[in-house]
Design a protein around this ligand. Sequence first.
Ligand code: GLC
Ligand code: CA
Length: 515
Amino acid sequence: MSTPWWRDAVVYQIYPRSFADSNGDGIGDLAGITSRLDYLADLGVDALWLSPIFTSPMRDFGYDVADYCAIDPVFGSDADFDDLVAGCHERGLRLLLDWVPNHTSDRHPWFLESRSSRDDPKRDWYVWKDARSDGSPPNNWNAMFKQVPAWTHDEATDQSYLHLFLAEQPDLNWANPAVEEAMHATLRYWLDRGVDGFRADVVNLIGKGTDVDDLPDPFWRFPLLATDRPFGHELLRRIRALLDSYDHEPMMVGEVYLLRDGESASYLGDLDRPELHLSFDFRPLHSAWEIEPMHAALSKMESDFAEPRWPTFVLSNHDRPRHRTRYGTDARARAAAALALTARGTPFLYAGEELGLEDAVVPDERIVDPDGRDGCRAPIPWTAAGDDETGHGWPSRPWLPFPANAATHGADVQLDDPASMHTLYRALLALRRDHAVLRRGSIEFTDPAGALLRFDRRLDEEAVVVLANFSDEPIPWPTDLRAADMLLSTIPGERTVGAALQPSEAVVLRQMRSK
Ligand code: GLC
Ligand code: CA
């Protein structure tokens, strides 16, 4: 059996509003992305995932969809989309879209119909319930944002609808087969237009039971107990069958947000009954830059996703502070990149991490996200020239301020600098392409002694060792690796085998295999 493309791939997440602006309205768009495809192909990634580009009132910046089969005008036209697909495919890049199946916008025509009357044929496309006899919401669930009840009362029909996120994001009722059919049609629509797959937003939530009463703890941020049910797995098996009916191997990676370590692996299903192709496990994203938690996060993730399963590796995304900000130094971010791109699994890079970008410092009056995630969504500085608000290759002042280190970490000054973060990412991506063992080999973690993280990758006769120094002190070179070849160090400059590992240094070594 041949290896599916997505096991060998590195995926690059683009937050379209902040990537590149083609028309000077301060918001990134599809033509902007198309204009940067050479940059991405040259970097060496294999697939792009775009955060939502569909018609939306943008209360949650596209995660509130008002039409699943139309591009929001702020991002461009249908023709711009076709150009982007063609431009990707010409360069051998695959394109994934963000599909938001758990909820729509409250402006979606389905919801407008649904709320219009209790007798509307689309009434049970959403989850409507009566208030309790004392007038309180149907149960004690809280929404994910803002700590408000997950139910909003609708005066006109005197019932409440469920929303696990904003009140402007009513939850679809997937127990209704008409909803399932309509949502399948949205997948087919984009597959027929040439996309190579999807990232599915909080996809475990579509299987929630809505007959659930109060949660034991009303302060839980998320009604977990209600969301991890056999029904969700059934729905995913049918989605998988739809994807598998296409010849070009479309892939779906799910954001399975359970907040229980390891359980997202079950959303891959099993060999006879597959579900998602990939399922995010956010342990690396949530781990501090410290040896114990990071070793535990990585080794447990790898074992939960052991063959025939396959893990992902995420250090940053549009929902959390960037890892360069969380870890505090370029050196640590460089070592983290080496781990992400040499471990077993499919790495997901977040646009701008290859530049070592920090979050923007966003003043209160410029915060626009309902959950305050603006900092990690700052625009990409294509040039170092500019200030906090303007320049950096953007034709006008963008919707958010630039990253805190934009003036030193612009793309233009990094491209030809052998010591830059960008050069490191290119080297790591090339290494991964050139060494099958990094993509397909087994992985084995060594229990950490002190602050040294070590894992070994093996494939046939090939053996690669990755070391990372999590401390601020040098660590003596491991005695069994004196005869290894140096493939890469994250510290720029000359590097010889045998000298102590520098603070926050990671190295990738090729080992001669002893028989
Ligand atoms: C996911 C997205 C996040 C969004 C939420 C609701 O967690 O990553 O950005 O706000 O779902 O759709
Ligand atoms: Ca624009």
